[in-house]
Design a binder for this molecule. Structure first.
Ligand SMILES: [Zn+2]
Length: 360
């Protein structure tokens, strides 16, 4: 074995960002396309949590007041006053510039074009405000409080609806000149590959994301090449899929096109459906190619894998490991350990809060 995939905690070595025993209180905001999640935190501990919907048409004019409201509510729930808070960290969908706090034009936040998010918050709250793209914030969270604790050379890769990432090099978050560095999901895996949302072709995201896995499955089903998978999906579709339909599921199967999602494909793969296994294997191999690139470019000590799709486990990760063994240069491959992320679904909030600790 090459020392890859040791599913173990990273050893706790020298920490880059030592926090005092009692870390200052901070606020973390995880802004997504559909939800605003806000928490008062001390280190990685949540003292309160507020979830608000961004609502229809999530323009800044509508969302910013909701974000302000979520901060007030989180303070109230934690019984903390703003004067006790050291700063607010905001993780938002990229692309954005973490240095200026300007959000350029995120595809899943229509209407946000060159919006000065940090300034809007600084005017309202008069305490330090830090803005970073959500994947970078998550990488920082894992670096300071999760699987990357103690490692100054780590790469975080999150595989979920999309693929994102963040790079810590020499203990610092790699940002690039405009804050656009470490868009790991948009590295090219196959330049003849499918068109990606970003405009490029054959990005890692267009092979290994949950969206890509689902797309593959549904394409094969529509071509009549995945009948076993279709039968499995129809037999195992979640109860809520038929909640608003007549009780007879056989009618549903005929009249309603079933959209197979990545979770169903993964479950079918584990149940031994060959076409599902092939789809997951392909996604895993593409991930492996991406990880080889990461090893060669960053020579990290740790690669931390997060996101729901990475939870598929062996059917996805074994092919990735095989590709790495076969293709990566020996030294960077042997010196890297791959671990699973530790912060789970709170990574966005802890990551946002960690921005305050990182910058202060
Ligand atoms: Zn792309």
């Amino acid at each position: 074995m090459l020392g890859l995939y040791n599913y173990m905690k990273a050893e706790n070595k020298v920490r880059t960002h030592n926090l005092p025993e009692e870390a200052p209180l901070v606020i973390g905001i995880d802004l997504g396309g559909t939800q605003i999640r806000t928490a008062v935190l001390r280190g990685a501990t949540l003292l309160s949590r507020v979830n608000l919907l961004t609502g229809e048409n999530p323009s800044p004019e509508r969302v910013i007041p909701r974000m302000f409201e979520s901060v007030e509510e989180a303070l109230l729930k934690a019984n903390i006053s703003l004067s006790q808070i050291a700063g607010i960290g905001i993780g938002a969908p990229g692309p954005l510039n973490g240095r200026t706090g300007i959000v350029y034009s995120p595809p899943n936040l229509p209407g946000w074009t060159n919006f000065p998010l940090r300034n809007a918050f600084a005017e309202r709250f008069q305490i330090p405000i830090f803005v970073e793209n959500d994947a970078n914030a998550a990488a920082l969270g894992e670096h300071m409080f999760g699987a990357g604790k103690g490692s100054n050379e780590m790469v975080y890769v999150t595989v979920s609806t999309g693929v994102g990432g963040g790079v810590i090099s020499q203990g610092q978050l790699l940002q690039g000149i405009t804050g656009s560095a470490a868009e790991l999901g948009h590295m090219t895996i196959d330049w003849h590959g499918p068109r990606c949302n970003c405009g490029n072709y054959g990005c890692l995201e267009s092979f290994s994301s949950g969206t890509a896995i689902a797309r593959q499955a549904n394409e094969l089903i529509s071509l009549g090449k995945a009948d076993d998978l279709l039968s499995y999906a129809l037999a195992h579709q979640p109860a809520h899929a038929s909640a608003n339909t007549p009780a007879d599921n056989s009618t549903l199967a005929v009249t309603t096109p079933l959209h197979v999602n990545a979770r169903m494909v993964a479950e079918a793969a584990l149940a031994g459906i060959p076409v599902a296994q092939q789809i997951i294997t392909l996604a895993g191999e593409a991930l492996g190619v991406g990880l080889v690139n990461i090893l060669h470019i960053f020579n990290p000590e740790l690669i931390i894998l997060g996101g729901g799709v990475s939870q598929i486990g062996a059917p996805l990760l074994d092919p990735a490991r095989r590709i790495m063994r076969e293709r990566a240069m020996t030294v960077p491959c042997q010196s890297a350990t791959i671990v699973m992320a530790q912060l789970g679904s709170d990574v966005g909030l802890v990551g946002a809060g960690s921005l305050v600790y990182y910058h202060q």
